[in-house]
Design a protein around this ligand. Structure first.
Ligand SMILES: Nc1ncnc2c1ncn2[C@@H]1O[C@H](COP(=O)(O)OP(=O)(O)OP(=O)(O)O)[C@@H](O)[C@H]1O
Length: 339
């Protein structure tokens, strides 16, 4: 893998640059009823959907970026343009220094895509066989291939299952083998689309840790699309939120929380039940009567703690951030839904 890792650091930075990116789909509307079908033989109605509008984005080398948005926001369309599967209808796009839609062999050898919902491994053969087929597709020399299979086998913990037919693997094992296939040719940029979908909680944690390790070990840039906010929270340094085809937010999770403007809460734990003054407007009592949960207002935090010490023997103060699911629900609201 040595040569692959070295090559990665020669990638342009930013790895992805999009300016005013747009995609409009055009298609013929399916007419309703028999008369409609007959009419469509003579006249077909062309309809268009503007899936992505004026999107500017940059992803820097080695980042893990989450691409988020509600259903129909345009995430898949963006990813397909970045991989070169779809040609943009507006704007300019550079990925790994190339125009993705040219699908040059040097471009294809530097990217990879992993889908949680779609297997890339051949179902009836072993992972090792799928890796061999990939090896010939990418023209990987035999020495590099053996070295890569050895290191990926160890990193992903799949050495013992490389010769098992894929159909006999559990979903969690299959995902690890899918990762080996996606990484075999040493991509510098990995697109991961819902990589933990359908996995149990334990397997999700394993897959998340593997993504983190791949990023740290090989410096691979990762663009993650996921509806699982735990994936995003565990992995992403930065999130890009698109809504109805437009950029809605670009920043880190702390900024996203601030953008959602959901009041933070504080949990105060006392040795015994505290004596709350009647003017405490919002408090929920937890843990018997020893913990009090308050919504943080605009008052300085130090002042609140000082006041809280007067209510009883204060043992602990803990700030509670809103969950990312709650944040996203607030950011999207109904505005996120397409008509
Ligand atoms: N091939 C297509 N032809 C016509 N319209 C399409 C096509 N693919 C997507 N669209 C439309 O483009 C818009 C964006 O779809 P896209 O699949 O990119 O969203 P998404 O954010 O990936 O959604 P989801 O989270 O549900 O997968 C939607 O209105 C969708 O109906």
């Amino acid at each position: 893998m040595e040569s692959i890792v070295r090559a990665r650091f020669s990638e342009p930075d930013p790895v992805i640059t999009a300016r005013n990116l747009g995609k409009t789909y055009e298609f013929h509307r399916q007419p309703q009823g028999l008369m409609g079908a007959i009419r469509s033989l003579f006249h077909r109605e062309l309809t268009s959907v503007q899936a992505v509008h004026g999107l500017d984005l940059e992803v820097r080398r080695g980042e893990i970026v989450g691409l988020l948005g509600p259903n129909g926001a345009g995430k898949t369309t963006v990813v397909k343009m970045l991989c070169g599967l779809l040609e943009p209808t507006a704007g300019t796009l550079s990925v790994c220094g190339e125009r993705p839609s040219d699908r040059s062999s040097s471009f294809l050898s530097r990217i990879s895509v992993i889908f949680g919902q779609k297997a890339m491994l051949w179902w009836d053969v072993s992972t090792r066989e799928s890796l061999r087929i990939h090896r010939s597709m990418y023209g990987i020399p035999s020495g590099d291939f053996s070295e890569a299979v050895g290191s990926l086998g160890e990193l992903l913990g799949i050495t013992g299952i490389l010769d098992t037919p894929v159909r006999n693997l559990s979903l969690g094992q299959r995902m690890r083998c899918e990762l080996a296939l996606a990484l075999l040719h040493g991509p510098t940029l990995l697109f991961a689309d819902e990589p933990t979908i359908g996995l149990d909680v334990e397997a999700k944690v394993v897959v998340r840790n593997l993504f983190r390790e791949i990023n740290q070990t090989f410096g691979t840039t990762i663009l993650l699309t996921s509806h699982d906010m735990n994936d995003v929270e565990a992995l992403c340094d930065r999130v890009i939120v698109i809504n109805a085809g437009r950029m809605a937010f670009d920043g880190d999770l702390t900024e996203l929380r601030a953008h959602a403007d959901i009041p933070r809460e504080v949990v105060l734990t006392y040795r015994d039940a505290p004596r709350l003054p009647p003017d405490v407007l919002w408090a929920s009592i937890e843990n018997g009567a020893r913990s009090v949960r308050l919504r943080l207002g605009n008052e300085p935090f130090a002042e609140l703690v000082q006041t809280a010490t007067r209510w009883g023997d204060l043992l602990d103060v803990r700030i509670v951030e809103a969950g990312l699911d709650e944040v996203m629900a607030k950011v999207f609201g109904d505005r996120g839904r397409r008509p």
